[in-house]
Design a protein around this ligand. Structure first.
Ligand code: HEM
Length: 197
């Protein structure tokens, strides 16, 4: 399992390595800043959806141990989301906080993206074993926020796109399937009043 974790750690850094190489080699096209911000946003969402896929996937024979790397998948989502937000604040807004706040209030897609990121923040902070122990059954409840954060991320993507909504719609379909899959387990949890983890 340690070997698998190390492998996943390296795989998780590959998109960043590619982005660095592409920026260095001038491969990011006419608008490299927009391309880099979008690239990190895509990866933040993909890692998030992959994190949520762990539960159904671990039912597949041979993938039961996947649960052990779920935390790392979630943290990679947070990592790329942070790069995405930092890219926007530093390279698009030049750390002009007034214009950032104006943008946040003016464009609903930015507002929703910020909500998605704000929800990821406490999840990343409390992802340690220490917090898991300290929060006990509340940890599972808190971490269900990941579904809301993912929903905000998909809406953020949908609102951002002006014409062809196919890509955000496909992400929405995947998220809906993952949510529907969890409903029976949540129903049992609510009935027994015991946490799902
Ligand atoms: C404060 C929080 C956020 C801000 C300010 C923000 C800002 C942006 C901006 C400005 C774009 C468009 C880039 C451009 O066209 O120039 C964008 C696109 C996107 N963002 Fe965010 N975002 C935030 C949070 C998030 C989060 C948390 C996620 C995912 C978990 C995310 C995923 C995406 C995706 C998937 C796209 C579309 C990428 C594409 O077109 O391929 N964003 N965001």
């Amino acid at each position: 399992m340690i070997a698998a974790s190390r492998f996943l750690f390296v795989v998780g850094l590959l998109p960043l390595a590619w982005l660095t190489y592409a920026a260095w080699q001038d491969l990011l096209g006419a608008n490299p800043i927009e391309r880099a911000i979008r690239f990190c946003g895509d990866w933040a969402l993909w890692w998030l959806l992959l994190t949520l896929s762990v539960r159904p996937l671990r039912r597949v024979p041979g993938l039961t141990e996947l649960i052990r790397v779920r935390r790392m998948l979630g943290l990679f989502s947070f990592f790329y989301a942070t790069l995405h937000v930092m890219g926007y604040v530093a390279l698009d807004r030049y750390f002009d906080w007034e214009s950032t706040v104006r943008d946040l209030l003016k464009h609903p897609y930015i507002t929703v993206g910020a909500l998605s990121f704000l929800l990821l923040l406490p999840l990343a902070i409390t992802s340690t074993h220490g917090y898991m122990k300290r929060l006990g059954r509340y940890w599972g409840r808190l971490h269900r926020l990941v579904y809301i954060s993912a929903a905000f991320a998909v809406v953020h993507y949908w609102l951002m796109v002006k014409a062809d909504h196919l890509q955000p719609a496909l992400h929405g379909v995947v998220l809906t399937m993952l949510l529907v899959w969890r409903i029976p387990a949540w129903k049992i949890t609510m009935r027994n009043k015991t946490p799902p983890f």
